[in-house]
Design a protein around this ligand. Sequence first.
Ligand SMILES: Nc1ncnc2c1ncn2[C@@H]1O[C@H](COP(=O)(O)OP(=O)(O)OP(=O)(O)O)[C@@H](O)[C@H]1O
Ligand SMILES: [Mg+2]
Length: 229
Amino acid sequence: MLSVKNIDVAYGHARVLHDISLELEAGSMVFMAGRNGAGKTTFLKSIAGFMKPVAGSISFLGKDISGMAPEKVALMGIRYVFQDKRVFSNLTVRENLELAAYPVKEKTSQAIEKVMSIYPKMEKFLNLRAGSLSGGQRQILLIGRALVGDPKLLLVDEPTEGLAAGTINDILNVLAMMKGRVSMIIVEQNLSVVGMLAEKVYIMREGKIVQTCTSKEEITDKQRLEQYL
Ligand SMILES: Nc1ncnc2c1ncn2[C@@H]1O[C@H](COP(=O)(O)OP(=O)(O)OP(=O)(O)O)[C@@H](O)[C@H]1O
Ligand SMILES: [Mg+2]
């Protein structure tokens, strides 16, 4: 469904992604790991339309989306969950979902149902300010919000970063529940999370994909994965 072919991406004159290719099949959940500054976020942003590749191409469902504006990419069914976990803090959880539902002409009640389908506890928080949620709950709200409008591909940037161990479990459950429902590329540094969910892991280093792990054996072997990081 997604075909990235030999892309190079740069900030000004500084090229940070070099000749990256990736083919994603519908319904799959793949992970990407790599050191800080390796280019993981830049890669997701390139797919989501926030960065325009200087070489190569990206196509989605047979259509060339390289350089397409982010709002157009979103309308094609791709959602990017940013690394910064930023919600509208002063608005309630319900209002946050309302804002997501409006542009895709979905009812707020439907948006709420979507979040509840992955995290039933959210019902208790609907009328609370989103800023009062824990980091993990905010992340779940953001993932739930990205499901509004029935996207086909979710790009999730470091969902467990900075979260307490107990909350990481909540995220793990949410992601496990979404497996097969929507295709996902997840950037994740927590190798336990990767080991439990991944079907495929791409390791990025200095703007290149240096390793692709596909067997359960490779994916669950933390020591082996760590050596690439
Ligand atoms: N806005 C920017 N302007 C210039 N260079 C940037 C910008 N954003 C990122 N970079 C550089 O691009 C490279 C890749 O950054 P990127 O954020 O994609 O890495 P990352 O793998 O997501 O890192 P992290 O694990 O810290 O999130 C880094 O060298 C970074 O300094
Ligand atoms: Mg990043």
